[in-house]
Write a protein that binds this ligand. Structure first.
Ligand SMILES: Cc1cc2nc3c(=O)[nH]c(=O)nc-3n(C[C@H](O)[C@H](O)[C@H](O)COP(=O)(O)OP(=O)(O)OC[C@H]3O[C@@H](n4cnc5c(N)ncnc54)[C@H](O)[C@@H]3O)c2cc1C
Ligand SMILES: *[C@@H]1O[C@H](CO)[C@@H](O)[C@H](O)[C@H]1NC(C)=O
Ligand SMILES: *[C@@H]1O[C@H](CO)[C@@H](O)[C@H](O)[C@H]1NC(C)=O
Ligand SMILES: *[C@@H]1O[C@H](CO)[C@@H](O)[C@H](O)[C@H]1NC(C)=O
Ligand SMILES: *[C@@H]1O[C@H](CO)[C@@H](O)[C@H](O)[C@H]1NC(C)=O
Length: 474
């Protein structure tokens, strides 16, 4: 059997669907074929702009038959590409002749491996699977969560009526997204939900520190502080009734699973944890939920080898082109190999899967029509909007000092249960920010980062709660 198309997009994740949809808009007369393993694909809904570079959206699962008109679909798996002759072959032997192909095959979960107890280890790809998971866990008493990214954080927050044991390799929770201070902000907020908050004094603290101080504090925490670095205790945060009766996840910091054994009586897993100081600890659980990230998924062959980056992703240039002729790639499967803008870096997230997918679509369409496109402006500034523990979270620029070495300062404003704002400053200029809560600062921060506005003259006032930062720069 054989098929023919102008554009072949492989993968029904956010990147693949965004690519196909961009093509349907930019090259509406051309034939677009989406090859997807599963008849359920992911698409973006409820897209709302938060600022110029930031969009909030939900990820929805849809039947492939409900995609935009103009996109034809085949449910099958890609097996081989002959890029010289412009055709691809699927698992079931369909030959697809294409003009341009885009690989959006995403990543495969790095599942924790344990022989013989696989059915008790659940890998999750994204938040959609959380509900399904809750169902499976209905009768469980103890569950162990492994991983420290967004999904593990959400899970630790969402699971109820079950003892949650959360095993992380870092010194603080949610390390993928936030810093120790924000982690503590979340933990205190969580321990207090349900309490009467109205009467509690709302105090705001502001602190400025240099990179070296932060490092010191991280060193301290390596020696076993329970809730992230101690500096946060200087704030009013540490008070409160953390030991409330609600069952909180038990967090095992700087730990990993050393050994798992399934008990013959009831199938319970007996897990041996190893801590950083080489001490060990044993616990029993019904399930292990593995949320430890993904690696690029390339389970197909090509006539000419694809050029891969160190992390295993397909190297792409700013037009999302790989080293093979007319072969593009987008989303988790690719690695940006272009010279990045000052305020952008790659992070494997829905946001970037969408942006890269759309960029690949526009780039392919332009190539086909003999037009010129430029890289989208979204690649000028890293931005991500998400929710953690029920709080809106905005991440901008080098929000954790990524790539800034030791040459930066942090300015933090924290109001318990309300907001956590962190500015990353370099030579008086804003390089990144974490905004938790309804801060209304996203657009201001975008401008400050992109314009390179000198904030030195404002000192700590820039985060003074009695001064409206927005007004400052209007
Ligand atoms: C546990 C976890 C939690 C996450 N939580 C968040 C979060 O809270 N927020 C966030 O922004 N991001 C999150 N991410 C990241 C986010 O899920 C990814 O960045 C995003 O889904 C990548 O989209 P994609 O389209 O590139 O790949 P995928 O979503 O992986 O889609 C790839 C598609 O390709 C298909 N495919 C693969 N190989 C083939 C083949 N050979 N033939 C045919 N089809 C194939 C797959 O079936 C799949 O449909 C999380 C990731 C993980 C692992
Ligand atoms: C697409 O096709 C329609 C009708 O067949 C035609 O009017 C239109 O000009 C075409 N557009 C492009 C971009 O080729
Ligand atoms: C998707 O829709 C088609 C046609 O409406 C249907 O046959 C198929 O079962 C649906 N797939 C799923 C997984 O719901
Ligand atoms: C596929 O590609 C290779 C090298 O690019 C070529 O030599 C080969 O003949 C092609 N065709 C087939 C059917 O393999
Ligand atoms: C920064 O640039 C934006 C857009 O170019 C402009 O609207 C804004 O006024 C500038 N802000 C500052 C603080 O310079």
């Amino acid at each position: 059997m054989s098929r023919e198309c102008t554009f072949l997009v492989v993968g029904g994740g956010i990147a693949g669907v965004s690519c196909a949809e961009a093509l349907a808009i930019c090259a509406s007369n051309a034939s677009i074929l989406l090859l997807t393993e599963s008849s359920i694909v992911k698409s973006v809904t409820n897209l709302v702009p938060v600022a110029r570079y930031l969009h909030k959206f939900d990820v929805r699962e849809t039947n492939v038959t409900d995609l935009s008109a103009g996109i034809t679909t085949i449910v099958d798996q890609l097996e081989h590409i002959n890029s010289s002759e412009h055709w691809a072959r699927t698992k079931t032997g369909i030959i697809i002749k294409y003009r341009y192909i885009c690989l959006c095959t995403g990543g495969a979960p790095k599942l924790f491996n344990a022989a013989k107890c696989e059915e008790r280890i659940i890998g999750i790809r994204d938040t959609d699977s959380v509900l399904e998971l809750q169902r499976r866990l209905a009768s469980a008493k103890d569950v162990l969560i492994l991983g420290n990214g967004g999904i593990a954080s959400e899970l630790a927050h969402e699971l109820h009526d079950v003892n949650v044991h959360w095993v992380i390799k870092d010194a603080h929770i949610s390390a993928t997204f936030v810093d120790p201070g924000a982690a503590e902000f979340f933990q205190l907020a969580k321990s207090e939900t349900g309490e009467e908050l109205g009467a509690a004094a709302v105090t705001t603290a502001i602190k400025r520190m240099r990179y070296s101080e932060e490092e010191q504090l991280q060193q301290q925490s390596k020696r076993g502080a329970a809730l992230g670095p101690d500096w946060h205790r200087n704030f009013d945060l540490a008070g409160g009734d953390a030991a409330s009766s609600r069952r909180l996840p038990k967090v095992y910091y700087k730990s990993h699973i050393k050994h798992i054994e399934q008990l013959p009586i009831d199938g319970t897993l007996q897990v041996t944890l190893k801590h950083e100081d080489d001490s060990q600890e044993q616990l029993n659980c019904d399930f292990i939920v593995s949320a430890t990230g993904v690696q690029p998924r390339l389970d197909f062959t090509t006539d000419v080898p694809l050029q891969l980056a160190e992390d295993g992703g397909i190297n792409v240039d700013e037009m999302m082109r790989s080293n093979l002729c007319d072969v593009y790639a987008a989303g988790d499967v690719c690695t940006s190999a272009w010279d990045p803008a000052q305020h952008w870096f790659q992070m494997r997230l829905w946001t970037q899967a969408r942006q890269m997918g759309a960029m690949a679509g526009r780039s392919m369409a332009a190539q086909f029509e003999g037009e010129t496109v430029y890289q989208d402006f979204c690649f000028e500034l890293f931005g991500h909007v998400t929710q953690l523990f029920g709080f809106p979270v905005v991440l901008l620029g080098r929000f954790n000092g990524q790539g800034l070495g030791r040459d930066y300062e942090l300015l933090v404003r924290c109001t318990r249960n309300k907001e956590y704002i962190k500015f990353v400053l370099q030579q008086g200029r804003l390089r990144g920010a974490i905004l938790i809560g309804d801060t209304d600062l996203a657009e201001t921060c975008e401008n400050l980062i992109l314009n390179g506005t000198d904030l030195e003259p404002y000192g700590d006032d820039i985060l003074n709660p009695n001064i409206d930062i927005e007004d400052y720069f209007d």
